[in-house]
Design a protein. Structure first.
Length: 120
């Protein structure tokens, strides 16, 4: 199911895509605003990627609810939680998902991101 552009805007307006501000120190660069994705969006992505199974290990080389490839998990800091995504909690997988999203955008989950309306 694709989320229409107007509905995505409504998600942002009603706080389902939550704006956050990263504040730098006084001597650092100016603050940078970015989007933080709501749990609802991550759950919809996991529903598409793994049928909502946050401990998914299907043998396809991708793990967890967000179906993260182990090298990507490592590069995005996942090892601070567990050696593989399926061995981390839902909240931990989402934290790593936020970093993957920051680095790669929604293309990291191409087909399912399109299905839930996060990509055109």
């Amino acid at each position: 199911m694709r989320i229409p552009r107007s509905y995505r805007r409504a998600l942002i307006v009603f706080g389902l895509l939550l704006p956050t501000v990263v504040v730098a120190g006084a001597a650092g660069p100016p603050a940078v605003a970015r989007q933080s994705v709501s749990d609802l969006v991550w759950d919809r992505l996991a529903d598409c990627e793994s049928s909502g199974d946050w401990q998914a290990d299907t043998g396809n080389g991708y793990y967890g609810g967000l179906q993260i490839w182990p090298p990507t998990w490592r590069e995005a800091g996942g090892l601070r939680y567990a050696d593989r995504p399926d061995r981390a909690s839902r909240v931990q997988q989402i934290a790593v998902g936020e970093e993957i999203l920051r680095r790669q955008g929604w293309n990291a989950w191409g087909w399912c991101a399109r299905q839930i309306g996060m990509l055109e």
